[in-house]
Design a protein around this ligand. Structure first.
Ligand SMILES: [Zn+2]
Length: 880
């Protein structure tokens, strides 16, 4: 599964103030967490071997009508009952080997009494007829009065434990079964399920019946059904169907976004030495999906927001490839070989994250992969709540198992393992792991064992510190050069607090020392809290790199002089080392040579990631020399993904009419939509005079998928110009695109806070079925501080039609309203933490620019959150 926001985080978090923001979002999303998942695999009484799943749908009632036959074998002598997971299902009849059977439902279970206590090896066919209006697991996306043109879609999402909401079954990963899925749907619909399409036949009253069969066993959370009004594009890899599906009307977006899939299948099959194992590969893009993507066996489901408008596609350097390669990687790691319990989920998610890098590296080159990896390390260190927790853990229910340890750190661990074992040995190990465990459920020890068997290298210590232990090394590095001895003495200190599961690390790595005569590489192993390593050199070092290329997940404070960082930025051959230099130089204010060097890197570094980071650093440094570098760069920097950084950085320079004029012209006439959107946001942040007219024009401007309009609506809040209110009210109204509505609502949170009419309108959105709108409105009402919203929020809370997930969030907003701002510690929810973020920013001595930047990032985070919330929409039952 790919989760777009916190866990997997495409969000750069490099500045301290942002960590608090991440916390805000984590809090918001924690409120949306579902009930706790079972940490350990169950003991089993039976082995579910095959399920024949026949489903029909009542669209008016949003009801699923099911007829399932499970074929299972008893594992435990004396088993009196079969127990299935079943939540909210109305069970009508149950037969065991075709005879009526007694059953009862209790809590989350369906108990079926066997004719007599069964013994091990006995086989049963258990048939269950049922119906349900699922609150999760299966979702209906249908047109309504405000959105009459929406293509109809019915889809499922099983992971982690939601299959039981639409299908009575054994719902934990440690059992595997084959399936036959029989779907009866309107004749004009398309369906997708696991495995091979066997037949499509006519049924009664304009309906058709689709039959799918999956002959390779996999776990129940990987069962999928997608049905509805879809466009289809067919492709193939070595004769295996590779098909893509988009909600009807968006079929023209499939090939341009998904067309590289066969190449990816080919690459992964070759690298892993195990061919793509399933009989087909389908990717269905659905609206309002509850995750970014889900790797159902042979049939991935992804969010339709991955269907980027063809005009925007060229503005994103790697398109949607992270998502596509992630879910494809799971077809081996997760589907063919599956974690036995959620405590070992990194065996799914860490591998899928690692496979993203493999594709990036092969297709987009080493710099791209290195940049993503470098960024992801900053991001992981930014989520401080992860540090003290090991990757493999069973006490995950405080924050959920799908966290940045399973994903980001898990991916890093595999990268480090590859680096230490070498490419050949590493892939030999993976091939063996996949072959030995094919069609099985695994724990982490199965991986270390397979690697040792295949390579004869014992990786126990590596696994111990990185997977069963917590944290990562934090290093303090300094050196002295002894001119008489021609010797460098490098002091390495591990400064992480050794406590709990965090220990000292053993780090085999390389130090490169460059002198006038060239670079020399020295292998070393760090293992103590403080160590001094000496290296012979022929003259004064120009550059010393610890862990050249950045192959270790670590944070490091290397005490170097400015001239060394300047040298490193210009001459280091590996991206990670130059990126570190940009970070260090970005903290040195008021130095002309630093600004000049960053300007140089912005214009001419060979890697776009370094150019983008250099732009960010110049924005952070401020001052007229930095702004000149950025303005000059506009005439040469063409790639939209760097240009948007340059424009965004310009939004840090207050009271500079030349910059405002430039930003205004970018909004209107730049060739890049991303740059134009960045300019819109920069103008809002700068509260530039006359900005409202520019933003108004941007709202009216034609752009793909309303890209500019949404950026402009979102910027009107930070602009704090009350004259924007009528337009925002108009765009927040039902019938407008959901993205535009949430953008407008988020801005209305900040304007004319005493205007009761705004409060009244926002309150009226609370009863809508569109979850992102509801969520944005709840949060906006809390932010506005207008106590007249309290009854509406309280009514919502009492309405009883809420899933428990949203209730805490509403309560926090009510608390905010009852204890208005000003009082310290008044609010314990989002606002409190947000305020803390601002306090941290100023305590750290950050200037206006940093605060502005923080606001910009907040906007960005809100936007991403909206994207994610949109996907959670249908988890909630519609209001009455
Ligand atoms: Zn995943």
């Amino acid at each position: 599964m790919k989760i777009p926001l916190i866990a997997n985080g495409g969000i750069p978090r490099r500045r301290p103030a942002l960590f608090a923001l991440a916390g805000v979002l984590a809090t918001l999303l924690a409120a949306l967490q579902l009930r706790a998942d079972e940490p350990y695999a169950r003991s089993r009484d039976y082995d579910l071997q095959h399920s024949r799943i026949a489903l029909r749908f009542d669209l008016d009632q949003k009801k699923v009508i099911g007829d399932v036959t499970h074929t299972l074998t008893i594992l435990t002598d004396g088993t009196p009952k079969i127990v299935f997971d079943s939540v909210g299902l109305t069970i009508e009849t149950v037969t065991v080997n075709k005879s009526a059977a007694k059953f009862e439902t209790k809590d989350d279970k369906l108990f079926i009494t066997l004719p007599a206590a069964a013994h091990s090896g006995e086989k049963f066919d258990v048939a269950i007829r049922y119906e349900a209006k699922p609150s999760k697991g299966l979702y209906f996306i249908l047109p309504d009065k405000d959105y009459p043109d929406r293509p109809k879609q019915v889809w499922t999402q099983g992971e982690s434990e939601d299959t039981r909401y639409y299908l009575p079954t054994y719902d934990y990963p440690n059992d595997r079964l084959t399936t036959e899925t029989i779907l009866t749907v309107p004749a004009s619909w398309i369906t997708v399920a696991n495995g091979k399409l066997i037949s499509v036949s006519n049924a009664v009253k304009g309906m058709k019946t689709w039959t799918w069969r999956e002959s390779l066993p996999s776990s129940t959370y990987l069962i999928t059904v997608v049905a509805g009004e879809f466009d289809e594009v067919k492709d193939s890899w070595r004769g295996i169907p590779v098909n893509y599906y988009a909600p009807k009307g968006r079929g023209d977006r499939l090939s341009i976004n998904y067309g590289r899939t066969p190449q990816m299948i080919d690459l992964f099959s070759r690298k892993l030495g195990v061919d793509y194992p399933w009989e087909k590969y389908a990717q269905s893009m659905v609206d309002d999906f509850v995750a970014g993507g889900m790797e159902n066996s042979s049939a991935t489901t992804n969010t339709s927001s991955s269907l980027r408008h063809p005009k925007l596609v060229p503005e994103f350097p790697t398109g949607e490839d992270d998502l596509i390669s992630h879910e494809l990687g799971h077809q081996w790691f997760g589907d063919l070989v599956t974690c036995k319990d959620w405590g070992d989920i990194w065996l799914n998610e860490g591998f899928a994250t690692f496979m993203e890098t493999i594709w990036s590296e092969a297709h987009y080159g080493k710099d791209q992969a290195d940049y993503e990896r470098w960024e992801s390390a900053r991001q992981w260190f930014g989520q401080s709540n992860l540090y003290s927790k090991p990757i493999v853990r069973h006490d995950f229910n405080d924050s959920g198992e799908f966290d940045g340890n399973a994903y980001t750190k898990g991916g890093w661990v595999l990268y480090m393992l590859r680096h230490q074992l070498g490419e050949d040995a590493f892939y030999r190990g993976l091939k063996h792991y996949l072959e030995v465990n094919r069609g099985k459920n695994v724990v982490t020890a199965d991986l270390s064992k397979a690697i040792e068997e295949a390579t004869h290298t014992n990786v126990d210590q590596f696994f111990s510190q990185w997977l069963y232990g917590a944290g990562a090394p934090k290093l303090d590095l300094s050196y002295k050069y002894d001119d008489a001895k021609h010797e460098v003495a490098l002091t390495v200190k591990q400064t992480q607090k050794v406590e709990g599961r965090v220990g000292l690390f053993r780090i085999p790595t390389e130090v490169e020392i460059t002198t006038a005569s060239g670079p020399k590489l020295f292998p070393i192993t760090v293992s103590k809290d403080s160590q001094v390593f000496t290296f012979p050199t022929d003259s004064t070092p120009l550059l010393i790199l610890f862990d050249k290329g950045g192959h270790i997940l670590k944070s490091a404070e290397f005490h170097k002089e400015k001239k060394e960082w300047l040298y490193q930025l210009k001459h280091a051959t590996e991206l990670a080392d130059r990126a570190d230099a940009v970070t260090a130089l970005g903290k040195l204010k008021g130095e002309d040579d630093v600004v000049a060097a960053l300007g140089d890197a912005l214009r001419s570094d060979k890697a776009w990631g370094i150019r983008a980071n250099a732009a960010d650093a110049l924005g952070q440094l401020g001052g007229s020399a930095a702004s000149k570098q950025l303005l000059d760069a506009l005439s040469s920097v063409a790639e939209p993904w760097v240009r948007s950084h340059v424009v965004s950085a310009l939004g840090n320079f207050k009271d500079n009419p030349a910059i405002v004029a430039k930003l205004n012209s970018i909004v209107v006439e730049d060739g890049s939509y991303r740059a134009r959107a960045a300019a819109v946001q920069a103008l809002g942040r700068l509260k530039a005079p006359g900005a409202l007219a520019t933003l108004d024009a941007a709202v009216a401007a034609d752009s793909p998928d309303g890209f500019l309009r949404n950026a402009a609506l979102r910027s009107m809040g930070p602009l704090e110009d009350d004259k924007a209110v009528p337009l925002l009210l108009q765009w927040s109204a039902p019938g407008k695109p959901i993205d535009s509505r949430t953008a407008a609502i988020s801005s209305l949170a900040h304007l004319q806070k005493d205007n009761k009419e705004i409060t009244r309108q926002l309150a009226s959105y609370l009863s809508e079925p569109h979850f992102p709108v509801r969520f944005a409105s709840i949060f906006a009402l809390g932010t506005r501080g207008d106590t007249s919203a309290i009854p509406a929020l309280e009514a919502l809370l009492k309405s009883g039609d809420l899933s428990i997930e949203i209730a805490p969030m509403i309560k926090r907003q009510i608390a905010r309203l009852k204890k208005p701002a000003g009082g310290k510690g008044a609010a314990t929810g989002e606002e409190g933490e947000e305020g803390q973020g601002a306090a941290e920013a100023s305590a750290a001595g950050n200037d206006q620019g940093a605060v502005a930047k923080r606001l910009d990032k907040l906007e960005h985070l809100m936007q991403e959150m909206n994207d994610r919330l949109k996907s959670i929409e249908t988890r909630l039952p519609p209001p009455k």
